[in-house]
Design a binder for this molecule. Structure first.
Ligand SMILES: [Ca+2]
Ligand SMILES: [Ca+2]
Ligand SMILES: [Ca+2]
Length: 450
């Protein structure tokens, strides 16, 4: 299919959703800022997804919400408690009980970024069943913590329930907070008891320690998984090179660290666990090093560093072949060969990339790389979708590739398919379900209220 045919197919899929989606009152914005897979597509049913819509940063009336999609057309939404919560900013799905297939979701509500509005400490909510709403919450400590900005859970194996939530609180400086930023922290919470177990504070002011967190394999062989923490504006020799730290998942003690260098700045904005690249028995990690938002951003410098899960050693650097791939690596998803009929691939989003043919400055794109790092495929979805998705809108979906999630094989062609969001609040906010093989649009969910 050509891109235009994709657009027409998208329109056919999309329009019924606009007319049928329930009217829920408040607009949120940034629909698809986060996506978590709760159940993959199984041939009979569509994937079940949690889609976060935390609200545009300047929206003072948005609580944010999380939408749950399923195989039926009904879509349930669970909203945050108060304006400015930014509920749904981060999501992490997890197994709540052994042997159960139903996945629960943790929702981050970092409550920050609204100029002049009320700002709290941020909180994290657990949802076990969307019909029952929020089961429990745990809050940060002080105003402006941005508790819940980043989230992951750790578990001993895929079939066992998750034991701990790891919660990032990067403590940015904001007008609303009215104080200098802190050093940021990461905290572990026992999911069964909802009790805090350990807390670790960043090294530098304004380093955004806790901006990203992820669970990795058991480095120290104590039988429990570890976590990595990013602080993308950590300064080395006067340059915001960023930093990654690996911690013992149970104690929070440091196992290894890696600082960025001037040629890979902003290290630690996002993580993705990949295959065992260096064949040492532990899975390795893709780490985003994007210069976007830094002083002197330079998209030609944006990179994904492939680092050893065991030591933090840099194994490879992936850069986009496209100079315009701004924000390269802000979202990533690994599709292992086991889940698929093709070789393992790392999907990398560049949600702020321009698309000159469409004269769009921030259309976004996603790009697949082979396990060895060679570029394979690029999917770019720009304004061809505009007229079909929202005839009255001035621009098409943008920031495509802000989040990416593997969703199982939706169309049954043996290749794992993807959910990819385009959450730009100034245009139509969508989550596309795309064929992993050719980028064809299989489904579109929209944040519009209908
Ligand atoms: Ca361990
Ligand atoms: Ca390895
Ligand atoms: Ca497929």
């Amino acid at each position: 299919m050509t891109l235009h045919e994709h657009a027409l197919a998208a329109a056919a899929l999309c329009l019924p959703f606009f007319s049928e989606s329930p009217h829920l009152g408040s607009t949120a914005g940034l629909y698809g800022h986060a996506i978590a897979l709760l159940r993959p597509a199984n041939g009979q049913a569509l994937p079940r997804l949690a889609i976060g819509a935390p609200g545009f940063f300047a929206c003072e009336v948005c609580t944010g919400y999380v939408e749950f999609t399923g195989d039926k057309e009904d879509r349930l939404r669970v909203a945050g408690g108060a304006s400015g919560d930014r509920f749904g900013f981060a999501l992490a799905s997890f197994r709540a009980e052994a042997g159960q297939n139903a996945m629960a979701v943790l929702v981050g509500a970092p409550q920050a970024g609204i100029a002049g509005g009320p700002v709290g400490s941020g909180y994290v909510a657990a949802i076990f069943s969307p019909n029952e709403g929020i089961a429990w919450t745990i809050a940060g400590h002080d105003q402006g913590d941005e508790y819940g900005f980043a989230l992951c859970t750790t578990q001993m194996s895929d079939s066992k329930p998750a034991r701990w939530a790891i919660i990032g609180a990067p403590q940015s400086q904001s007008a609303a907070r009215g104080t200098a930023a802190g050093r940021g922290f990461v905290e572990a919470v026992d999911l069964a008891k909802q009790e805090r177990t350990w807390k670790r504070i960043g090294l530098q002011l304004n380093s955004r320690y806790g901006y990203a967190v992820a669970s990795i394999d058991d480095v120290d062989a104590d039988g429990t998984p570890e976590v990595v923490v990013g602080s993308p504006t950590h300064v080395t020799s006067g340059i915001p090179c960023g930093r990654v730290e690996a911690l013992n998942g149970v104690s929070g003690n440091q196992l290894w660290e890696l600082s960025g260098v001037p040629s890979i700045r902003g290290l630690g904005r996002a993580f993705c666990l990949i295959g065992d690249r260096d064949r040492d028995g532990l899975r390795d990690i893709a780490v985003c090093a994007s210069t976007i938002g830094l002083i002197q951003p330079d998209s030609t410098q944006d990179a994904v560093a492939i680092i050893s899960g065991r030591s933090g050693k840099v194994l490879d650097i992936i850069r986009s072949p496209l100079d315009r791939a701004r924000g390269f690596g802000l979202a990533m998803e690994y599709v292992s060969a086991a889940a698929d009929t093709r070789d393992s691939e790392l999907w990398i989003g560049a949600p702020f990339s321009s698309q000159p043919a469409l004269m769009m400055g921030d259309a976004g794109l996603i790009q697949a790389f082979a396990a060895e790092g060679e570029p394979k495929r690029i999917f770019e979805l720009g304004s061809p979708y505009l007229k079909e998705v929202s005839p009255g809108s001035a621009r098409g979906p943008a920031h495509f590739g802000s989040s990416i999630a593997q969703v199982g094989d939706v169309d049954g062609d043996g290749v794992a398919d993807l959910a990819v969001s385009a959450p730009d609040p100034l245009s139509v906010e969508c989550v596309f379900i795309l064929s992993g093989k050719n980028g064809a649009v299989l489904r579109i969910y929209s944040g519009e209220d209908g």
